[in-house]
Design a protein around this ligand. Sequence first.
Ligand SMILES: [Zn+2]
Length: 561
Amino acid sequence: MSIGLLRVLYQHKIISSEQAEKLRESLEKNPNMMPELFKSGAIDPLKLAIFLSQTFHFPLLDLHNYNQSLLINGILTTDQMRSNRCVPIFKRGSHLFLAVSDPTPIQAYQKLAFTVQLSADLVIVQDNQLNQLLENLDDRSSALMGELGSMSGLSEVSNQVANADEATEEDGPISRFVYKMLSDALNNGASDIHFEFYEEMARVRFRIDGQLKEVARMPLNIRDQVASRIKVMSKMDISEKRVPQDGRIRLQFKSSAKPIDFRVNTLPTLFGEKIVMRILNSDAGMLQVDQLGFEPFQKELLMEAVNLPYGMVLVVGPTGSGKTVTLYTCLNILNTEDINISTAEDPAEINLPGINQVNMNDKQGLTFASALKAFLRQDPDVIMIGEIRDLETADIAIKAASTGHMVFSTLHTNNAPATLSRMLNMGVAPFNIASAVSLIVAQRLARRLCSCKAPMERPPEFALKKAGFNDEDLAKEWTMYRAVGCDRCKGKGYKGRAGIYEVLKITPSVQEIIMNNGNEVDIRRQALKEGFVEMRRAGLLKVMQGVTTLEEVIATTNDNE
Ligand SMILES: [Zn+2]
């Protein structure tokens, strides 16, 4: 019985404020105040059940007339049922129907059902009947993994494992439980799965968006079986329990197009082997540098900078220009087991296994600057900071970049040369910028023409020249396309987007201009001499390649005119 129920009873004038106060006091001594409530004479168990059923629209069940052999054993432990004062009475699909006499702690019931991968539906019963049921519970009927086989929620899972040689080998409840955890982790976008065993409990946690969340509790007596099962699946030595082991599992799930790889490692702990499984696919597959839209010479500059042992790569552009994807693609290139990557973001948008992602929280004082300081104490190799907004963050980032770290970040500027003057304006010392920053990428996203595109006649020369095409371009053979529209692109003529980039390498001569307090114009002039291609020009190349339309390029690169 809960404080929530007290409130409801008081609001409906079933108990007086004096009675409510008295019951609240008794609640502090005994979490079940139902006996006190009935003693007060305010209501009897049957009337309470009817009232709650009508108020909360939950079905009312008379347990006397219920065939108790239908009660489902083995889903919840006796302890769980007694401490939550609920009994599972039947199950349909993923719904677990719980008999309760107090429906107000609904979240506690949901949480409980969630530990067995089900969602709770409540059925109201009379408190005295519930008591009887709880008292008669056979302690030996508490949830044992061996009985989990009767749960259809789990048997559905085994069907999801299409890879027969992995799934059929030992298709018992333990395997089904493990497969269920893996497929749930995938469906929830988790990056890691932790199987943890402690003295008094065992649990499964998922890391989702950088945060660990408990998703299930396991009966303690199955810990060895779960650990052994995972070790068999990942081809580890199951007899070895005293040393950490590493393994891999590849599984085909119905829900995903390609097989999913899991990297598995065990760590012997006091109460069993802790097992961490990392999902290797997740977003990483999308992050291919060749899919971004860099021109070959731009990609070469980017790769060169990313693979430097230290330095700073800045990606700039307006909100929604795809900066995060570009940064993560760079991080993905560097994401190997021997490199420590940390990111501070606001918030983390892409989930990349193997990197430490921290969400900023200004209210709790976790700022980009403070996160950066904390990272530096943890021996990072690569750091990504969501955005450089102030001098403090800029200074720490620059210090990190010039002391052996690779730093990635974004700035809210429109083009690459302007980024350098923005940093100068923030108050960063010219020498520090010149020595730390290795490359600046400015970007926009243009809609990509769908395959239904059609060739079109080129607009007149003066119009093309006004847009930025030069004589050489006009002399060349290339086809301009227009958007058409089909089923694939839902009539829009465009499908997906392509990045348009300007990539500015901080060469020795550009460094010199920065150190001599040169402005944006000087930097741009020098860069152009050294082969820098501006945003508009990069967009026109996309038009000549038939990737997008001239309108689209003009619309997205307008601020460079
Ligand atoms: Zn189309």
